[in-house]
Design a protein around this ligand. Structure first.
Ligand SMILES: Nc1ncnc2c1ncn2[C@@H]1O[C@H](COP(=O)(O)OP(=O)(O)O)[C@@H](O)[C@H]1O
Ligand SMILES: [Mg+2]
Length: 300
């Protein structure tokens, strides 16, 4: 099974992409003991420099500036090459990218999970809705390589009502919502010095750990989906296949049983999502900030 690829993106600068990318890459290497590659596709290479200044065992940072590339085909080629190289040496690949319109939507299919940080300011929410709506075909599609979309409420001055704001907003795409990362000057002063999970500020630290744990659970569910798909698509010798006795859902082809590749997501994942939705509603009522990756399925 190949590594999981996570794209952290938005079309706006200054929303917290590089902060999130560098800190999540460090979190997964340090606490989950994963081999992590961080590809910084942005010209400023902020997340690359963060890791360079505060090295973490298990994180390999890479620079690949594509945002200033004028030829879209060359930009996409460079991105794919960087991804292929990173995939060979890691369990998780993070990519930090400011989205520019020359990129084809199909680029998103390279990734398993797309994280879009956004504050709750009206102007930023409008931009986020416009941005993710453009990719509705990708995120809502039935393709088995469809990436999951998760919005990360970031730089929040008030965290109390973020769930209400998201649930009252019409998004025409399926998405998950992580816990919020509050606006905090401590986070700004950490750049190139340390990581959010080491900050003495307990609120920031705990909120960040919550986001890390939620993304970890999402990665586990992506792994389970992949295992399910791989098992379902395996060609099994007929004499080893238990379905041979019942003949259920199998067709015989030259002594082998080929089972139809299932496009359905595993029941476990759907159950977990439904449970997360219920938890999200309960948390919203209590005014709590409990973690969630609830799926809001709304249509304009
Ligand atoms: N949660 C936060 N609280 C306060 N400042 C933040 C937070 N997240 C990011 N910032 C600050 O916002 C600015 C932009 O963040 P950055 O991660 O570079 O965004 P992007 O990569 O989207 O341009 C930086 O000065 C960064 O320190
Ligand atoms: Mg950046």
């Amino acid at each position: 099974m190949g590594p999981i690829k996570i794209l952290v993106t938005s079309q706006k600068g200054g929303v917290g992409k590089s902060t999130l990318t560098a800190n999540l890459a460090a979190y997964f290497a340090q606490f989950q003991r994963r081999q992590v590659a961080l590809i910084d596709f942005d010209h400023q290479a902020s997340s690359y420099h963060w890791i360079e200044c505060v090295p973490v065992s298990g994180v390999t940072p890479v620079i690949c500036d594509v945002v200033t590339e004028r030829d879209p085909q060359l930009a996409v080629l460079k991105m794919k090459q960087a991804l292929r190289a990173a995939e060979r040496v890691s369990d998780i690949v993070f990519a930090d990218l400011t989205w520019v319109n020359i990129f084809p939507q199909s680029l998103l299919l390279e990734f398993d999970l797309v994280l879009v940080p956004t504050s709750l300011s009206k102007v930023e929410m409008a931009s986020t809705i416009e941005f993710v709506s453009r990719f509705a075909g990708v995120f809502n599609g039935a393709g088995e390589r469809r990436p999951e979309l998760a919005l990360v409420p970031s730089r929040l001055h008030r965290t109390q009502d973020y769930l209400d704001i998201f649930s009252q907003t019409n998004f025409p795409v399926k998405f998950g919502l992580t816990s919020p990362l509050p606006f905090d000057l401590d986070i700004q002063s950490l750049y190139g010095q340390d990581y959010i999970f080491n900050t003495p500020n307990p609120e920031c630290r705990e909120r960040f750990f919550q986001i890390g744990r939620e993304i970890e659970r999402t990665l586990q569910s992506i792994h389970r989906s992949r295992e399910h798909e791989e098992t379902a698509s395996k060609v099994t010798p007929i004499w080893q296949n238990p379905k041979r006795r019942t003949g259920l859902g199998a067709s015989v082809l030259d002594g082998f049983v080929f089972e139809q590749r299932s496009r359905a997501r595993p029941a476990q994942t759907l159950q977990a999502q439904a449970q997360a939705r219920v938890q999200a509603q309960a948390a919203a009522k209590a005014g709590a900030f409990e973690s969630l990756m609830g799926m809001f399925r709304k249509r304009m």
